[in-house]
Unconditional design. Structure first.
Length: 67
């Protein structure tokens, strides 16, 4: 699970701030690398790492002037 958490964090770090990837998109991305996890699992691992949901990341980026 530590490897999956790391991959989730890396995917989010490399996302386009104007169009953050959703948990469903993370699931698909992981599936393409041979890792099968549920969307709920991705959401849980994301929350444990203190990473907000995609709509909140987009809002934060908009408010901080990145967009």
């Amino acid at each position: 699970s530590a490897a999956v958490k790391f991959k989730i964090k890396k995917l989010i770090e490399n996302e386009d701030p104007r169009n953050p990837i959703s948990d469903d998109e993370i699931v698909e991305n992981l599936k393409n690398t041979g890792i099968n996890v549920a969307r709920r699992t991705v959401a849980k691992y994301r929350k444990v790492q203190g990473i907000p949901a995609s709509f909140m990341r987009k809002r934060q980026n908009t408010l901080s002037g990145i967009l």
